[in-house]
Design a binder for this molecule. Sequence first.
Ligand SMILES: CC(C)(COP(=O)(O)OP(=O)(O)OC[C@H]1O[C@@H](n2cnc3c(N)ncnc32)[C@H](O)[C@@H]1OP(=O)(O)O)[C@@H](O)C(=O)NCCC(=O)NCCS
Length: 151
Amino acid sequence: MSTWYITAMKESDIDTVLEIENSSFDSPWGLKSYQDELTCRDSYCYTVNLGNRKIIAFICFRLFIDEMHLMKLAVTPALRGLGVALWTLEKCIYLSREAGATIAYLEVRPSNNAGIELYKKLGFQIAGIRPGYFSDNMEDALIMVKKFKEE
Ligand SMILES: CC(C)(COP(=O)(O)OP(=O)(O)OC[C@H]1O[C@@H](n2cnc3c(N)ncnc32)[C@H](O)[C@@H]1OP(=O)(O)O)[C@@H](O)C(=O)NCCC(=O)NCCS
C-alpha cells in the first residue's frame, strides 16, 4: 500500500502548491492560474499527500470529451525518485478512463529528461513538435500521446 494518497486540490492548498511549483518550473504559474484552474469546468486538480496531510506533489489535467490533457505535474524536490509521479499519473489516467477518455496528450520540453522518461515509462509516445511553444525561451515542445487500450 502507498504511504501517500490523492485528494482534490482546494483553494487553501494553493500556497503549498505554489511552493512546489516555484521549485519545479523555470516559468512557474502564479496564484491566479491555479485559482482559474480550480474554477474551470473541464479541469481536475489533485494534491498528493502524506498521511499527515503534508502536500508532496500535485497534478492538473483537463478532460475534453474523450481526451485527457495533462497540464501540470510536479513532485516536491526532496521526494523525487520514489515513484510518486508514476503513481499519481497512473491514478489520473485511471480516473480519466473512468470518465470516458480514450487518449491522453501532453507537451513537454525536450530538455526535461525526467519528464520525458516518466511519460515513456507510462506508454506515452512522441507524436510531434510544437515549435516555440514555451514563450519564456521559445523552446519547442514535444507532443506526447498515449492511446488507452481497450481492456
Ligand atoms: C518529472 C517529475 C514529475 C518526476 O517525479 P518523480 O516522482 O521523481 O518520478 P518517479 O519517481 O515517479 O519516476 C518514475 C519514472 O520516471 C523516470 N524518471 C523520473 N525522474 C527521472 C530523472 N531524474 N531522470 C531520468 N528519468 C527519470 C524514470 O523512468 C522513473 O522510473 P525508475 O525510477 O524506475 O527509473 C519530477 O522530477 C518533477 O516534479 N520535475 C519538475 C516538474 C516537471 O518537470 N514536471 C513535468 C512537466 S512536463
